[in-house]
Design a protein around this ligand. Structure first.
Ligand code: SF4
Length: 315
């Protein structure tokens, strides 16, 4: 079947639907493609924190801003293995390792490849988020067994320059192309609540759904405003608008995992439930994301119990 090319006006119309109609459509599509009682659990570990040369306005790891995050040296392979064992025991099916780089250099990549092999040998899927990747690096990552690569588009092409100036939107799309051509699954999404307008959310979703390869995993983040970053004083996005964005991601990318990503630490159980009703079927597990706080594991287990959700074994 030919891939649908989404137009901005179609997505704008989805945003304008009565909320209950939108949720009904998203939930119906979710039920057609996934088991409604399953939630994908993934774990995240920063293996190189802080001192990043990029200037992403939301990120406390950028060397451009004075934040509480300090530059650290690379995590050892042993620590990654310990984290992988703990993640597996907690029910995670995938471990994503993240490094605060513009791109990996030739000295660091071999260490990352070893980490990927170790994650795989613990029986977990592997994912990495390491900045920009060229074709050769993508091939090396694939050969090491990397299952997913995360590289978010963040926002619309039009709003992007307000958020990042040190690399272009096209740089990001090129990395995603290199990743998918190498045979690695693409994980790409965005951040909602960075001061963008609804049309930027429309355009972000159009970009994601129209990529040459539709991302298999789509993280939808709610901005965590962090002191010291340019977005520290951003006003919060309306929760219903956030849920609408998730529902529309589900409708536009029916077979993708839609991850309710950063921002859960400040969400009530009821708001998270609304996001699951709208089609989110994946979360990060663990107290910490790369550097920001995440929802507490006990609370996640409690909510999953209440909702009758069980960890997804395979997608
Ligand atoms: S989001 Fe990634 S690339 Fe951007 S500043 Fe933070 S660590 Fe660097």
């Amino acid at each position: 079947m030919q891939k649908k090319i989404w137009q901005e006006n179609e997505v704008t119309e989805l945003f304008e639907l009565p909320f209950l109609e939108l949720i009904f459509q998203a939930l119906s599509i979710h039920k057609l493609n996934f088991n409604l009682d399953e939630l994908e659990l993934c774990s995240l570990l920063s293996v190189k924190t802080g001192g990043c040369p990029e200037d992403c306005a939301y990120c406390p790891q950028s060397a451009h801003y004075k934040t509480s995050v300090k530059k650290e040296s690379m995590t050892s392979l042993e620590e990654v293995i310990i984290h992988a064992k703990q993640a597996k025991q907690a029910g995670a099916k995938r471990l994503c390792i993240g490094a605060a780089w513009r791109n990996p250099n030739k000295n660091d990549l071999p260490k990352i490849l070893e980490m990927i092999k170790s994650i795989k040998s613990e029986g977990l899927e592997s994912c990495a988020t390491l900045g920009m990747i060229n074709e050769d690096q993508a091939r090396e990552l694939y050969e090491a067994g990397l299952d997913f690569y995360n590289h978010n588009l963040d926002t619309s092409p039009e709003y992007y320059k307000e958020i990042i100036t040190t690399r272009t939107y096209q740089n990001r799309i090129d990395t995603l192309d290199n990743i998918s051509r190498a045979g690695i699954n693409v994980c790409s999404g965005g951040i909602i609540g960075m001061g963008e307008q609804r049309i930027d959310r429309v355009r972000l979703l159009v970009q994601l759904a129209n990529l040459a390869t539709i991302p298999k995993s789509v993280p939808i983040n709610k901005l965590i405003p962090i002191e010291g970053t340019p977005l520290a004083d951003s006003s919060h996005i309306d929760n219903i608008e956030f849920v609408r964005t998730i529902a529309i991601a589900r409708i536009m990318m029916p077979k993708s995992m839609v991850r309710l990503s950063a921002g859960r630490s400040d969400m009530s159980q009821e708001l998270q439930t609304l996001c699951f009703l709208a089609g989110a079927n994946s979360i990060w597990l663990g107290e910490k994301l790369l550097t920001a706080a995440n929802s507490e594991p006990d609370k996640d287990i409690e909510l999953m119990d209440k909702l009758g959700l069980k960890p997804m074994i395979s997608a």
